[in-house]
Design a protein around this ligand. Structure first.
Ligand code: HMG
Length: 368
């Protein structure tokens, strides 16, 4: 039985900060952000959004019938509760069956890749069932920090089924190593980061796991787009040229780091640039989560992947956004941090899937 990714979707908030605006406000040469870091924009969650609403936005378009889903894997490192899985709120918003099992997974940016493999194993062991794999994160380092330019917010959703229309997946080699490159203790809003060391750890994991092959693309986890150039330059074989690199960076540089989903934005970039033509081709995927775990695995696009490749929708997600002033960005992130500490809260606005209130710490959502 063949099991794999039947459909994939991404969601980013409708508001972003242009890095020209950030550079001017922080008195930094904009070339550092645009060329040195490789980013153009970073997405900022709107006032009604959190990881649950973003996960719902990413998931809804790939669910034809909620009753088809039997298992939900929710990967995040921006969890809203130490006990209750964010996926339980998502389960209600998506109107899933009560028999559905829901769990939350964490290992920095790697958890989504792990969730994908677990979901495939689950469907193989439960013939006829489907699993929803979702990640949603807000990458927040704080104002005036070196990491500020590598922030972002967004979600990825994948439907895992038998006879997948998009891609089959071949698990690869993993490399686990206890390193203090990036971590966020329970009492902290922002991570402790050793930026340069984290890049070394990432490249070490890539070196330990990479498998050479005839890939049209190798998608890299991209906390910032320039990381893909560094990763590619470190390879001793299967290196991509500038044109290939531009394709895998095309979506990420418009959005920033969405933690777990960042690797999959590279894949969305490939799908946008190739509405068809990659049938049967195998793509390299390098997943990295600080702390750390790296995994290099591959996925192979099916002969009918073009039938589940909504390029117009993917492009609309990027074009239908509005630019924020530096004041609006700071207001949005201050609101986000304050709200995440609130036990009682009323939302100032509600549109789409929305977090409308928090009552004694319990979150109240509104479906679209
Ligand atoms: P920094 O110290 O602000 O920047 O930190 P820099 O001084 O290293 O400059 C960055 C680049 O800009 C350099 O290029 C400069 O030369 C260049 P490079 O040497 O790297 O090729 N530059 C310029 N270029 C053109 N014109 C100029 C100019 N000035 C300088 N005028 C850093 C940068 C990425 C370290 C920081 O933003 C950071 O700490 N980010 C967060 C950590 C991170 O993203 N780490 C990546 C690997 S770890 C990972 O991927 C996991 C993660 O996603 C978390 C998870 O798993 O959950 C982060």
């Amino acid at each position: 039985m063949t099991v794999g990714i039947d459909r994939i979707n991404y969601y980013v908030p409708k508001t972003y900060l242009d890095l020209e605006t950030l550079a001017a406000a922080r008195n930094v040469d904009v070339a550092k952000y645009k060329r040195g870091i490789g980013q153009e924009k970073m997405s900022i969650p709107d006032l009604h959004e959190d990881i649950v609403t973003m996960a719902a936005e990413a998931s809804a378009p790939i669910i034809d019938n909620p009753d088809q889903i039997d298992m939900v894997f929710f990967a995040t490192e921006s969890g809203v509760d130490f006990s209750k899985a964010a996926g339980i709120y998502l389960h209600k918003l998506l109107n899933l069956k009560p028999t559905v099992k829901v769990i939350e997974l964490k290992q920095a940016c790697y958890a989504l890749t792990s969730a994908l493999h677990l979901a495939i194993d689950y469907v193989k062991n439960h013939p006829g069932q489907k699993a929803l794999v979702v990640s949603s994160d807000v990458a927040w380092y704080g104002f005036n920090t070196p990491g500020e330019v590598t922030q972002g917010a967004g979600a990825i959703a994948m439907m895992i089924s038998e006879n997948p229309r998009l891609a089959t997946v071949t698990p690869g080699v993993t490399y686990t190593s206890d390193v203090p490159d990036f971590y966020r203790p329970n009492t902290m809003d922002v991570p402790v980061v050793d930026g340069k060391f984290s890049i070394d750890c990432y490249l070490e994991a890539l070196k330990e796991t990479f498998q050479a092959g005839d890939y049209p693309y190798v998608c890299f986890h991209m906390p910032f787009a320039k990381m893909a150039d560094k990763a590619n330059a470190s390879l001793t074989s299967s290196k991509m040229d500038e044109d290939q690199l531009a394709v895998i960076k095309s979506v990420s540089k418009e959005i920033g780091n969405i933690y777990n989903g960042s690797l999959y934005l590279a894949l969305i970039g490939v799908l946008i640039h190739h509405p068809q033509g990659l049938e049967g081709k195998t793509i390299g995927m390098f997943s990295y989560g600080s702390g750390s775990i790296g995994e290099f695995y591959t996925l192979t696009l099916t002969p009918r992947y073009a039938s589940v490749n909504p390029v117009d929708r993917y492009l609309k997600g990027l074009s239908e956004r509005k630019s924020l002033s530096i004041e609006a960005y700071e207001k949005a992130m201050n609101h986000y941090v304050k709200r995440e500490h609130s036990l009682d809260y009323q939302a100032p606005l509600s549109q789409g899937f929305a977090l409308v209130a928090i009552e004694k710490g319990h979150r109240i959502y509104k479906a679209k």
